[in-house]
Design a binder for this molecule. Structure first.
Ligand SMILES: [Zn+2]
Ligand SMILES: [Zn+2]
Length: 390
């Protein structure tokens, strides 16, 4: 392990920052205190600081000595609506909110890298440290891109990182092409005719629609997708009925679709339309489908992925860098930045065995031992990309 010396010196500070952030989680677009904390730290390191991007986003710029070249390194600020059950001393003081995805660690690692690079002051090009709000569900990264992030701060490439408890501490994983899936959501409303439960002939039972539609939707991946293409159709909510003896008028199904390719999203949406209309017709009722594309797939560029592999290998050794991991269908709004600029998103191993709680678990806590590894990766990547070689 080759921890950057300037990063190693910051480990006690980074742990303190991380525990403070963990104890005070804030959710999408409300990360005001977190944002202020980040801005204050960046100013104290001597960086140029820009606040208020996508409400609570922050960009710190470390100006190089001159060649105009610049890259972006990105972290996320937001927490989740989860009741923390980690039992750690720095557990959430905000009831019902929790840093269960490790964005406290991501923010801390990027701050650590900013501090270390600011001390070294040896870059020719510039580094933009991007702290985005609302990664979970609400697309803060998309808002930053729409607000002109890359026009205000010209960058040749952009890089992201997520801690990954399912990979061992001291490793990295990344690949060219898709690493994480597109994230779509859907809502199906079936409208029948309410009736007395003992007189079903007098109504049109939308429960039948739900029972058949949930089954039929599972045939899209099984029967319509090419077997080597990947897709997920998951119904996560069924809402209908209020009491024992009434057939309800309406049933609502909601859920999510995941895929790596736009063509697969198109196919799933088209088949869902057909199935919803067909099942509704079968039972002589109406049904509507609302299909919404939230995040595109997270797709890494070829050249930038090679840069990321080299930087990771400089820290943990090439033998601990997995360059062909199996992608996951979890969504990531860094995908919007990768649509605007070439870049690479990596997984930072954070697991210490099969029992390490995974992200989004109420038992989860960011692994502090990953802090110097991730921060060193950022420093090496910046040096390699915009450094003077000195
Ligand atoms: Zn998350
Ligand atoms: Zn996350």
């Amino acid at each position: 392990m080759n921890i950057v010396p300037e990063v190693a010196a910051l480990v006690p500070d980074m742990r303190t920052w991380r525990h403070h952030l963990h104890a005070h989680p804030e959710t999408a677009f409300e990360e005001a205190a977190t944002s202020a904390f980040v801005a204050e730290k960046l100013r104290s390191f001597g960086l140029e600081v820009h606040t208020g991007l996508a409400k609570t986003g922050v960009v710190g710029v470390l100006r190089g000595r001159g060649n105009g070249d610049a890259i972006g390194l990105r972290a996320d600020l937001d927490a989740l609506h989860i009741h923390e059950r980690s039992g750690v001393a720095h557990a959430s003081r905000h009831d019902g909110r929790m840093h269960a995805c490790g964005h406290d660690g991501h923010t801390t690692m990027l701050l650590g890298a900013a501090a270390a690079l600011a001390r070294k002051r040896h870059l020719d090009g510039s580094v933009c440290f991007i702290f985005q709000p609302a990664e979970e569900n609400e697309g803060g990264g998309r808002v930053m891109v729409q607000e002109g992030l890359f026009d205000r701060f010209p960058m040749r490439a952009v890089y992201g990182m997520h801690n990954w408890p399912r990979k061992p501490l001291g490793t990295f994983a990344m690949r060219v092409g898709p690493l994480m899936g597109a994230y779509d959501i859907f809502e199906i409303v079936a409208t029948g005719k309410g009736a007395h439960a003992a007189m079903p002939y007098a109504g049109k039972d939308p429960m039948l629609f739900a029972a058949h539609a949930i089954n039929a939707l599972q045939t899209i991946v099984a029967r319509n997708l090419h077997p080597l293409d990947a897709g997920v159709v998951t119904v996560t909510q069924v809402h209908g009925g209020d009491t024992w003896n009434v057939i309800p008028q309406e049933v609502v199904l909601r859920g999510t679709v995941r895929a790596f390719k736009r063509e697969v999203q198109d196919l799933i949406e088209e088949r869902m339309q057909g199935i919803v209309a067909g099942v509704a017709a079968t039972f002589d009722m109406t049904a509507t489908l609302r299909y919404e594309r939230r995040y595109p797939a997270t797709v890494n560029a070829a050249v930038e992925t090679q840069h990321a592999i080299a930087a990771a290998a400089a820290v943990v050794g090439a033998e601990h860098v997995d360059t062909d991991p199996v992608p996951e269908m979890t969504g990531e709004d860094f995908a919007f930045m990768l649509q605007a600029r070439p870049g690479c998103y990596v997984w930072l191993g954070a697991g210490v065995g099969p029992d390490t709680p995974n992200i989004h678990s109420p038992q989860y806590d960011f692994n502090d031992d990953a802090l110097p590894i991730g921060a060193s990766y950022w420093v090496r990547l910046a040096e390699q990309q915009v450094g003077s070689g000195a």
